[in-house]
Design a protein around this ligand. Sequence first.
Ligand SMILES: Cc1cc2nc3c(=O)[nH]c(=O)nc-3n(C[C@H](O)[C@H](O)[C@H](O)COP(=O)(O)OP(=O)(O)OC[C@H]3O[C@@H](n4cnc5c(N)ncnc54)[C@H](O)[C@@H]3O)c2cc1C
Length: 379
Amino acid sequence: MVDVAVVGLGPAGRSLASRCAARGLSVLAVDPRPSAVWTPTYGIWADELGDLPETVVRARITNPEIRVHGHHPLNREYVVLDNAAAQAALPLDGVEVRQGRLTDDQVNALRDEADVVVDARGARPDGPEPDDPAPAQTAYGIVVPAAEAAPALQGAEALLMDWRTDWTTDPLPSGIPTFLYAIPLGSDEVLLEETCLAAAPGMAIPELRARLRQRLLARGVAQAVVDEPLDREIVRIPMRGRDHPPHEGVLAVGTAGRGGHLVTGYSVAHSLARADRLARAIAEGSTPEEVDVAVTADLFREAGLRALLRLDTAGTLALFEAFGRLPRDRQRDVLSRDSGAAGLGRAMWQMFAGMPHGARAELVRATVGSPRVRLPGRG
Ligand SMILES: Cc1cc2nc3c(=O)[nH]c(=O)nc-3n(C[C@H](O)[C@H](O)[C@H](O)COP(=O)(O)OP(=O)(O)OC[C@H]3O[C@@H](n4cnc5c(N)ncnc54)[C@H](O)[C@@H]3O)c2cc1C
């Protein structure tokens, strides 16, 4: 018997396995590619780095902006992780590492080998489901030389969300809006990513690619740069994580459980922070029955997701314009997976109060109304 078995070595599993081993627990870890370097471009706020060393930072952005109808500097440092360095900072020294892809039943069977079994296999351990109807964030991004990205950034150091609608030539666009995420990666490279924050089902990648192309060409980025980038990134994040709970007696962490933020889709900072607390609890013999227990703030975040799934373009822009005007601490309440109900409730109320009357009514309808039903043959 080992103390802990962790299945899945993404940010959630690796940080937990590493922290458990550091506390002297015996750990078994299983992943189909245990030595692979994580491929997504992970961004977190600099104040969420915790005790990770400076080496894990690939790029540091002092003042990212949100642009909607106005410009909203966030005055909060954002960092892009160097994934190899982050993994090195979460060593697996002393961990028994097995290569394997486990089913739900095989994860459950590990309870014969370990006192605590943790499922960290992400939201879709069987691979992406074709025609997955679940709400998802999707994005299509290209990596280009920094000099070529300048017209897209339009003077900003980085754009966390640029909601302006130059992804279309329609002056009054309707339907699901998308935003540009434009982030320097260091080494004179910039990621330009067209993002659909949430849609059910997720917006198709070819649609996002077409919107990004339209937007970047309209801003004056060279066509050859758009069509032949240095690299590409495709994002698909199921917003509600896994669609079923783990076996009884198995803990789920990260996006295998409720570790993802229902509105932003982010989970990495939360997983990094959660790992040490969970490792300590396990080491002290007070393993919780469940990780990331549902709390009142999750109801607010779920309401936010419902709104995002139903608001039209104008409503979404009004919402993020109000978000851009929030004080920094309230913005943090909205963005953090760990904010409490009081702060988040205050932030949501302030956003609501800051919206024009018509947009408020649309937000109420989107949040509490019945889902839009698309009748067959009526588009
Ligand atoms: C391209 C992209 C960019 C993103 N950017 C950000 C960001 O900037 N900031 C942020 O906070 N979040 C971001 N996210 C969202 C989210 O935080 C990530 O999806 C994050 O990787 C989730 O971490 P995780 O450890 O829960 O799961 P995963 O990263 O999915 O890790 C799961 C691990 O389990 C392994 N595994 C899978 N199936 C099995 C199986 N059957 N048996 C054994 N092992 C298995 C996988 O190989 C993998 O190592 C992004 C997501 C994507 C896809």
